[in-house]
Design a protein around this ligand. Structure first.
Ligand SMILES: [Zn+2]
Length: 364
């Protein structure tokens, strides 16, 4: 293992390696940026590099094989196991009973929050010498979930971390943290992973074809984690009724629906609203298509769309609907999915939205 195996965010990796080479890794750091781009992975790699017995010629890497690297892996695995076990405990007090922190420790929310006891334990441990490794590293994942009562306790450690301790906070949006916490940390900003890297993962790890890679890379929006779990078949199944729906409602005035097509339209609206269990995802796919339609109107020459395989159809639909029609559709669909909570007749609403669009069709 080595930093070379880290995918994407080359600038962040370079910064970390530079600091390691100069022997100047800040005691308090904040890794921030979108979900699924490897913030936690890089923090865990850094925790090894800070301890590795074979850190490479420049002292800026880790081997993944020496006793210390292995020990770090064991600590991380044991910490994750312990957290999973604790999350199962119903009684809130017993959940934090007898916390023990290893030299390398991943700290995650045990409830909705990272609790005051967790930060108290961090403090108590941080001021002692590490037991097995030269450096102690605490990685606090989802730092935005630190309970407000615990924030003050943490501040004091962040302000002056003990010489043998490194703290790494992880959080998607830096502004979600108090400015007092932020200002005490060296911030390392992560970016969405480049599409070429995502496409490579989709090809190599998932066996996607080139066209599938192009579509999926847009859908997962630079997240390696999402690329690794993206269910293309499910996505296409959810998308299909939207395409049928648009084929029927987004048409020029000169081509009104034939009587038989109304039946098809009602079948389509039915399949869009009867999807139990995944209504949220179906809606998300639909809104994605609507965004593409707007994009096609706004950026006529080279629209950057998610549904890259549908460009000619997107163009035809957006032309037929016009911006007003697209906006009407977007608002209508939002409403219909909101009605779900009230058990209203969603299909009826979708049907009337469809006929409304058809009667106000623009164009020749
Ligand atoms: Zn090593």
């Amino acid at each position: 293992m080595s930093f070379d195996s880290f995918l994407g965010n080359e600038k962040a990796v370079r910064t970390v390696r530079d600091m390691l080479a100069r022997g100047r890794v800040p005691g308090s750091m904040l890794f921030t940026g979108p979900e699924g781009v490897g913030k936690k992975t890089l923090a865990m790699m850094l925790s090894k590099a800070l301890n590795c017995a074979e850190p490479g010629a420049e002292g800026s890497d880790f081997c993944g094989e020496c006793d210390r690297c292995r020990r770090a892996d064991d600590f991380l695995a044991s910490g994750a196991e312990d957290a999973a076990r604790r999350r199962e405990i119903k009684d809130a007090h017993r959940r934090v009973e007898g916390l023990v922190y290893f030299d390398i420790q991943l700290i995650e929310p045990l409830t909705r929050y990272i609790l005051i006891e967790q930060i108290r334990q961090l403090r108590a441990t941080a001021y002692n010498q590490p037991f097995h490794l030269p450096r102690r590293v605490f990685i606090i994942d989802q730092a935005q979930a630190i309970h407000w009562q615990a924030a003050d306790l943490l501040l004091k450690v962040l302000e002056e971390p003990p010489a043998t301790t490194t703290l790494i906070l992880i959080c998607p949006q830096a502004y979600e943290l108090r400015s007092t916490i932020r200002s005490r940390c060296f911030t390392l900003q992560f970016a969405p992973v480049e599409e070429t890297v995502i496409e490579r993962i989709l090809g190599e790890e998932r066996g996607f074809t080139k066209p599938q890679q192009a579509l999926a890379a847009r859908v997962v929006q630079g997240s390696i984690a999402r690329a690794q779990t993206f269910d293309l078949n499910d996505f296409l199944l959810r998308r299909k009724p939207w395409l049928d729906f648009l084929d029927l409602v987004a048409r020029p005035r000169s081509r009104p629906l034939a009587p038989g097509e109304w039946k098809t339209l009602f079948d389509t609206t039915k399949s869009l609203v009867t999807d139990s269990g995944g209504a949220e995802q179906t809606l998300k796919v639909g809104s994605g298509i609507l965004q593409d339609l707007m994009q096609v109107i706004e950026e006529e020459k080279s629209p950057r769309v998610t549904h890259v395989d549908l460009v000619p159809r997107l163009k035809a639909w957006s032309q037929a609907l016009g911006m007003a029609g697209i906006e009407k559709l977007a608002a209508g669909i939002e409403d219909i999915y909101r009605q779900q909570i009230r058990n209203a007749n969603q299909q009826l609403s979708l049907d009337s939205l469809a006929s409304n669009l058809l009667s106000s069709a623009t164009g020749p």
